[in-house]
Design a protein around this ligand. Structure first.
Ligand SMILES: C[S@@+](CC[C@H](N)C(=O)[O-])C[C@H]1O[C@@H](n2cnc3c(N)ncnc32)[C@H](O)[C@@H]1O
Length: 297
């Protein structure tokens, strides 16, 4: 990882409002889809390595499911908060860059790269190095869970699809509601839809749609790989700092897994904002997050 890339991640995720947002998010616990997958893939005596652990959300939740968790992050402030949040004594924290893991070969049963960790690794060679590292530290039979944002993702689409979702699932009894399910307030839901509409970046959507044929030209003229952009807002925090971000195509994420030596056990679109409810098929196709389970044979 170059110093510039490292600095932008540290600046962005080290700022107080970003850390606070991740502490709040950690308190909400696992998403419904994460609960299902983790319960299936993590066993009592497993050693789990959590890459990009943030404020400790998944480390805290999976500690009870396994024998040991190593929770790793690049950002000191995130790790400090995680240490305050995670009370289980089988969780150990490591400050390191996930591109070079300070972990022994064949020593880990499960690697988690939850909440789009991989999107933060820009430059394709670095993603390959990271995936090779994950393969190296896993025992044979070891498993990986990761989610990545695909071409459809930007903050505008998130708002737009969330607005559509909320309107479709408006709950008539507001007392029973927890975000991000339908608020029951059609005005607010419509607001989210409109925010999404105006935040949609037609330029990035066109570039993304076009990338399969134009990626070489984009690289030549901008120096960026197709799918590269900068994100200024992750979680619920607005950030003055941008960090590099890479959106994946299906082919790209599957090649990355195959080239590192993994078998893909599962790959599906997930609707991040939906919690427990299921969206109609036509909207699920518009999901911008892909969840994968990989296996080292
Ligand atoms: C979107 S947050 C996810 C936090 C946590 N997994 C969660 O779901 O709440 C991404 C995290 O990855 C960390 N990160 C990004 N690049 C990293 C790298 N190269 N090595 C280690 N951590 C990194 C960031 O500091 C940040 O805490």
């Amino acid at each position: 990882m170059t110093d510039n890339q490292k600095n932008s991640i540290v600046k962005k995720y080290g700022q107080p409002q970003e850390i606070r947002a991740f502490i709040d998010y950690s308190k909400k616990g696992l998403e419904a889809y994460e609960k299902t997958v983790f319960a299936r893939m993590i066993k009592d005596d497993d050693v789990v390595l959590d890459l990009g652990c943030g404020a400790g959300r998944e480390a805290h939740a999976v500690a009870a499911l396994c024998s040991k968790v190593y929770a790793l992050d690049l950002v000191h402030g995130m790790l400090r908060s995680a240490k305050g949040f995670v009370t289980e004594n089988n969780v150990y924290f490591i400050r390191a860059d996930a591109t070079y893991l300070p972990v022994r070969d064949n020593s880990v049963d499960v690697v988690l790269m939850a909440k789009q960790f991989m999107n933060h690794i820009t430059v394709s060679q670095r993603r390959m190095i990271t995936m090779n590292e994950v393969y190296r530290v896993l025992k044979p039979g070891g498993r990986v869970y990761l989610t990545v944002h695909n071409d459809l993702f930007n903050i505008g689409t998130a708002h737009l699809l969330n607005g559509v979702y909320k309107i479709m699932h408006a709950n008539p009894d507001p007392r029973k509601l927890t975000r991000p399910h339908g608020s029951g307030d059609r005005g607010a839901d419509l607001g989210s839809l409109l925010v999404g509409f105006f935040l949609l970046r037609p330029k990035s959507i066109i570039v993304n749609a076009y990338r399969r044929i134009a990626s070489k030209v984009i690289k030549e003229y901008t120096g960026k790989e197709a799918g590269d952009w900068e994100i200024s807002r992750v979680s619920d925090a607005f950030s003055p700092f941008k960090s590099p971000y890479h959106n994946f195509t299906v082919k790209e994420i599957s090649s990355l897994a195959f080239n590192a030596g993994f078998r893909i056990d599962e790959m599906r679109d997930i609707w991040e904002l939906s919690g427990k409810r299921t969206l109609p098929e036509f909207l699920r196709k518009g999901a911008f997050t892909m969840a994968l389970v990989l296996q080292k044979d």
